[in-house]
Design a protein around this ligand. Structure first.
Ligand code: C2E
Ligand code: CA
Ligand code: CA
Length: 315
């Protein structure tokens, strides 16, 4: 699994520092492409590196200056439309714009900034969960985790501290993890999940169906549920394969006694199909609601109304 970066002298440079830096950039590109290959240095790699360094500095500053916020996307019971919980999704308010996590999470992961950022997410979400709990709502919060957060003891320590300082009831915090997160070090991941579980953490496997969908993980790990990836939900109406995959994931979940959330539900037709697959189905998607700032979600909780159209017969 070696990764090799290649640079040419004198075309790409003629000092040892520059050549080693170039070769390094090319090597990182080879690593990003999945290792076990080589890449040649190109000037474009260099300008990309500069852009990344400046974005990284802005992220770091954004964290110091409190530029991040969490939005919460409702998760609702498919049949009744009632609000069960919400997924916390990070946003970056930078120079008047709300920047999507897709644009900065990968960089935060590579640079290690995901550790302080991820800790901020866990604390902020837990404090919010406690506020909703104190207001009398029985409501679960889901938090996304990155693989970097599984290294070392930080995560169990963080959760212990957060539970102690918030006084949050056990079992109200869910963590969403992807298979690739677990893959990096399955033994360590299993150990971390078990420690978090003792602290009351619950786990959903995110983007299920897009990765290895390994059955042995499902058996080995202390999981509470699966999230059917948006790509299958999107094609439910048009593609019988997606339908078959979604149905297979649902029956797998039911057999293993796992919860099931369908992501990215946008249409009534998708909802009807998902409802027909399981009584336990939980829905997350624009059809029910977009991710919302705290005040708007609080309003939904106060109103207590179903967020989905009623269950109509489908012919
Ligand atoms: P994800 O965990 O798969 O989150 C679901 C994404 O789908 C969210 O995008 C959400 O806004 C979007 N979505 C939900 N319903 C619909 C729908 O009906 N239609 C469409 N087209 N999209 C829908 P978002 O908020 O941009 O987040 C993107 C990704 O960034 C997340 O994917 C997650 O992997 C990552 N992310 C977000 N917040 C955090 C965080 O606090 N920590 C970490 N490590 N990753 C995060
Ligand atoms: Ca997620
Ligand atoms: Ca997902």
């Amino acid at each position: 699994t070696a990764s090799i970066g290649v640079t040419l002298a004198p075309e790409d440079g003629n000092t040892s520092e520059l050549l080693i830096k170039n070769a390094d950039l090319a090597m990182y590109r080879a690593k990003n492409l999945g290792r076990n290959n080589f890449q040649l240095f190109t000037p474009e790699l260099d300008s990309k590196a500069h852009r990344r360094i400046s974005l990284e500095a802005k992220l770091r500053k954004g964290l110091e200056q409190d530029e991040f916020e969490l939005h919460y996307q409702p998760q609702v019971q498919a049949n009744s439309g009632m609000l069960l919980g919400a997924e916390a999704l990070i946003r970056w308010r930078h120079e008047g714009q709300l920047i999507s996590p897709a644009e900065f999470i990968p960089l935060a992961e590579e640079s290690g900034l995901i550790l302080p950022l991820g800790a901020w997410v866990v604390k902020t979400a837990a404090f919010q969960a406690k506020r909703w709990q104190d207001a009398g709502y029985v409501f679960d919060i889901s938090i996304n985790l990155s693989s970097r957060q599984f290294v070392g003891q930080e995560l169990p320590n963080l959760l212990r501290e957060v539970i102690r300082t918030t006084g949050l009831a056990s079992g109200r915090l869910y963590f969403e993890i992807t298979e690739s997160t677990l893959m990096e070090d399955i033994v360590k991941a299993q150990q971390t999940l078990e420690e978090l579980r003792l602290l009351g953490g619950r786990f959903y496997l995110d983007d299920f169906g897009t990765g290895y969908s390994s059955l042995s993980y499902l058996k080995r790990l202390p999981l509470d549920g699966l999230k059917i990836d948006r790509s299958f939900v999107r094609d439910l109406e048009s593609d019988t394969d997606s339908q078959a995959i979604a149905a297979a994931i649902v029956s797998l979940a039911e057999t293993l006694n796992l919860g099931i959330v369908a992501e990215g539900v946008e249409t009534v037709a998708q909802l009807a199909l998902l409802r027909s697959m399981s009584e336990q189905m939980i829905i997350q998607g624009y059809l029910a609601s977009r991710p919302l700032p705290v005040e708007q979600l609080t309003r939904l909780l106060q109103e207590g109304q179903p967020l989905l159209p009623p269950n109509l017969a489908v012919f």
